[in-house]
Design a protein around this ligand. Structure first.
Ligand SMILES: [Zn+2]
Length: 238
């Protein structure tokens, strides 16, 4: 039966398409790309966080520095007053000295905090630079892998386009009802057209009555396996 031979070829294209689809989903580069993409995302969020930390610390540093400068200015002004000869009383002198001492302590405390903050800012800066370098490397690697992946994918896509074309070509030769039957069976079976080998359906391995083999050989009608419902087919040699 000519139609069955065509259907058999059609099924072969379908099976090849399944294989291409599996290949497409399991390209080794695909997993590598996904892993690398995750790493890049992680680095990006870390960079974001560190940048925020750095900005915060810089802000605190600037505020502290302003306070520090103001304190130093006050301290100087008091000093000037102290030596200006304008001091009228011992009490006033004592007050000024007390103020100066307080300013000094505050200045020193802020100085200490500023130095510590400065160190932290520098450390953060180094960390940021390292991560930026790593991120740039990862992005470069990703770009290279991606183009290799795209090239592999292009080959598969070309094959898929070929299969589609072949299928369309075969479809035009197939009887509409037979094609419809095939398509509906294929919804839950990978192999729809099963070879009859001896008296066995190769789809389900059941032995079938000899009359079935005879009918299939005659090729006057589409014969289905009475056990699994597959369309039976005998391959002609050569
Ligand atoms: Zn069967």
């Amino acid at each position: 039966m000519e139609q069955l031979t065509t259907l058999w070829q059609y099924q072969e294209q379908d099976l090849y398409m399944d294989k291409l689809n599996r290949q497409r989903k399991s390209l080794p580069l695909r997993n590598k790309l996904i892993k690398l993409r995750d790493i890049i995302y992680e680095q990006q969020s870390l960079l974001h966080k560190l940048n925020e930390d750095l900005e915060k610390k810089r802000h605190i540093f600037n505020e502290l520095n302003l306070e520090y400068e103001k304190l130093v200015k006050n301290l100087k002004a008091d000093h000037e007053k102290l030596y200006s000869g304008d001091i009228k009383s011992v009490k006033q002198l004592e007050q000024l000295q007390k103020n100066a001492q307080e300013y000094k302590e505050k200045v020193m405390a802020r100085e200490e905090r500023l130095i510590k903050l400065d160190e932290e800012i520098e450390k953060l800066g180094v960390e940021l630079m390292n991560i930026r370098a790593k991120a740039a490397k990862a992005r470069k690697e990703y770009k290279e892998l991606k183009s290799a992946y795209d090239a592999e994918m292009d080959i598969i896509k070309t094959s898929m386009a070929n299969v589609k074309k072949q299928k369309l070509d075969l479809e035009s030769k197939l009887d509409a009802d037979l094609l419809k039957k095939y398509k509906s069976l294929r919804k839950d079976k990978k192999i729809v057209v099963a070879e009859l080998v001896g008296d066995k359906c190769s789809g389900c391995n059941m032995s079938l009555p000899s009359i079935v083999a005879k009918q299939v050989k005659e090729g006057k009608q589409v014969v289905e396996c009475e056990n699994c419902g597959r369309i039976l087919f005998i391959k002609k040699d050569g």
